[in-house]
Design a protein around this ligand. Sequence first.
Ligand code: SAM
Ligand code: SF4
Length: 326
Amino acid sequence: MLIDKYNRVHNYLRISLADNCNLRCFYCMPEEEYDFTPSSQLMKADEIESLAKTFVQLGVNKIRLTGGEPLVRKDAADIIRRLGKLPVKLTITTNGTRLHEFVDVLEEAGVRSLNISLDTLQADTFKHITRRDQFQTVLNNINLLISRNFHVKVNVVVMKGLNDGEINDFIAWTKDTPVHVRFIEFMPFSGNKWTSNKVFTLQQILQVVEQQCSFLPLKNEEHDTAKGYIVPGHAGTFAVISTMSAPFCSTCNRMRLTADGKMKNCLFAENEMDLLTALRNGEDVTQLIQQNIASKAKELGGQFTADFEHINAETIHNRSMIGIGG
Ligand code: SAM
Ligand code: SF4
């Protein structure tokens, strides 16, 4: 098992399949010219499978595919099928634009639950955030996956002055639709122009919902990053991921593998372990994974404290979100 010095067991791996994307969300992908990694430096399907198997031998029982956009990769279906054969709960985070092409393969691979990102219910705001005109495709695909009985969580990054006015529209959506909305606090990454005054916090989100309706807390699982709630009588639920105002590092069980095969023991870790080069050189990857977990910081990659109002984003050493894998 992968246990760090704070006694946290790491059994959840998030694998980035691509550091590119067919959308351009400004909070994820830097506006200035962004260099995608050349494909020779990206993990190939058999390398992803091999590394995933090593992690499974070390106790991993849940794998999430992410990116960039995982479904822009040409061999995404092949990778989903291969990983579907491992003894893990397989899931995916996607922008939803290509899900209609993948619904069958996801079903075949045993994926039952997935996260789809949609920050707004307004087509023009979608275009402003993503710099692409794909709102209706994403909404149609969310409905398609719900109709095929997938457990659909919708990720909404809430940014002050941009989409905080839509919180209760998302709550209204949960009334008759079994959709599970997850409001995410805006996080700082390289090149995303984060400032603390753009963060709309857990408390602020709950206050906004309270003005409209009453709700009850849901029972959270030990490793949940989201605090869940339900409006009585609604078919769906909502939750808040409060990374900035109330981090959940003490129960963290997550590790990440970037598309170029670097292991990150935390979303905010500066330190990376190059597993792909080691694998290609025939070195012992297991030992490197263990070393990387042993060096995991207590919270937030050791780069900033929980007092998010005083973070200077310029001093954080990290990749952009699209380069890490969300
Ligand atoms: N392309 C896929 C998608 O959009 O769902 C997967 C990758 S994306 C990086 C994963 C998640 O990270 C998305 O829900 C996205 O909204 C979220 N995300 C990206 N940048 C973020 C930021 N700066 N703060 C909070 N969440 C962010
Ligand atoms: Fe692409 Fe997802 Fe990042 Fe948006 S959040 S740019 S969809 S990777």
